[in-house]
Design a protein around this ligand. Structure first.
Ligand code: NAI
Ligand code: HPV
Length: 385
């Protein structure tokens, strides 16, 4: 099978793909699978053999999910695999806002060593006094893999922590310290907090969620930390608030022309997940999920389909990615049994508009049945494994 790489993927992950089964490179034609990080796939035309796209990372806003679903392409990500790296950089950003380290270092760079540096430093250091973060209030929007880690670590820094996430998962809630205050509304969080850190996905509902209205409700001198996606924040609103002295800093992992060189903006070139540890974690998860799907049809951490695994039985497996419409399971099983093939095991699960069915059968001669299933309305992709 051909796996096309749209970004550099750690060898720790790629080496888990059996070389006798997979060819992985940036140049393969007609891929069965794609491994990608932040490369934008919106304008890519997908070949009909493509069965899966795995995002080695969290955010999937670079992938046309709806178009993939309609073409029966399963999209995966690797939840939590890079969360620790992002958490650590969020605190680096917060400390760079609290203490004017950059300005101070730039000043030190201007010294030429001819003067009495030690005396000069002691004389001038009062120009670079900053604040401590202990005792300050931080609001965290989005309590998923990263938000939880930021919230729990902020408590260790002695901060008062407010969390907002109306969709928090049960697993996430278990991991969150009970010392984190539950913000029932965003307004409550905006009104109270000195630091606001955003950790939600970018989608139609969250785009520009930090806008003029939101910033107007925040404390003067607030610092906004955005290690999630640039599109979550209305940059014009941020620039106005900085110009008017209503905001201390905007710390952002997604620089662009609107905020470059702007006083009060601290830009980092999308380094949140750029550690070998995270790159390895993401690549390993991505490779394992991709191979288990391509070889066995099992699904773990998909965006457009539910998790579904089934131990292998029978002679072969048929998988169907289909619409979540009435009579699909009946049509699939009738088509198979109509060819005189016995079903050993069948499993089906749906997620919103789409569903997935795996069928283990007692025959390997499946060309006719695959062709018939392919022709069923609302079946988007059929595979024999
Ligand atoms: N700077 C970087 O390199 C990285 C950036 N990211 C970004 O961070 C985002 C979050 O990553 P994870 O925590 O791993 O994802 P996650 O999926 O574990 O958590 C996202 C959380 O946001 C919550 N949420 C969704 N909509 C919300 C809303 N309107 N208001 C409040 N909460 C909402 C969800 O319930 C979920 O708990 C990713 O989608 C990605 O865009 C992720 C990894 C690296
Ligand atoms: O995982 C994410 O959402 C990220 O933003 C990390 O992006 P990257 O894999 O470093 O290009």
């Amino acid at each position: 099978m051909n796996i096309k790489l749209y970004n550099k993927i750690s060898n720790k992950g790629l080496s888990r793909l059996d070389k006798s089964l997979y060819t992985c490179s940036e140049d393969v034609e007609n891929p069965d699978g794609i491994l990608v990080r932040s490369a934008k796939l919106h304008d890519i035309e997908f070949n009909k053999e493509l069965k899966a796209i795995v995002r080695a990372g969290a955010g999937v806003n670079n992938i046309p999910i709806d178009r993939c679903s309609e073409a029966g392409i399963v999209v995966f990500n690797t939840p939590g695999a890079n969360a620790n790296a992002v958490k650590e950089l969020v605190f680096a950003g917060m400390l760079l806002s609290a203490r004017p380290v950059f300005d101070a270092m730039s000043w030190v760079e201007t010294l030429n060593g001819d003067e009495d540096v030690a005396t000069l430093v002691e004389k001038e250091k009062s120009k670079f006094v900053g604040n401590e973060i202990r005792g300050k209030k931080i609001g965290i929007i989005g309590l998923g893999a990263i938000g939880i880690k930021v919230a729990n670590l902020a408590l260790h820094f002695g901060m008062e922590v407010y969390g907002y996430d109306p969709y928090i998962s049960i697993d996430a809630a278990w991991q969150l310290s009970r010392k984190v205050h539950y913000a029932k509304t965003l307004d409550e969080l905006y009104e109270k907090c000195d630091y606001i850190s955003i950790h939600v996905p970018l989608n139609g509902k969250t785009k520009n969620m930090i806008n003029d209205d939101a910033i107007a409700k925040m404390k003067d001198n607030v610092c906004i930390l955005n290690f999630a996606r640039g599109g979550l924040v209305d940059e014009d609103a941020v620039c106005t608030a900085l110009d008017e002295g209503r905001m201390k800093n905007y710390v952002c992992d997604f620089p662009n022309g609107n905020i470059l060189h702007k006083k009060g903006v601290i830009c980092i070139p999308h380094l949140g997940a750029s550690t070998p540890e995270s790159e390895d974690n993401c690549a390993i998860m991505a490779a394992d999920q991709l191979s288990d799907f391509l070889e066995n049809g099992n699904i773990l951490n998909s965006i457009n389909l539910p998790n579904l695994t089934l131990d292998r039985s029978g002679e072969a497996r048929i998988t169907c990615f289909h619409k979540n419409t009435p009579n699909m399971i009946a049509q699939i099983s009738q088509t198979i049994s109509g060819e005189g093939i016995n079903i050993e095991n069948l499993i089906n699960k749906s997620k919103d508009e789409y569903a997935y069915t795996m069928v283990d059968v007692n025959s390997k001669s499946l060309d006719a049945v695959i062709a018939k299933l392919d022709a069923v309305d609302d079946i988007l992709k059929v595979t024999q494994l």
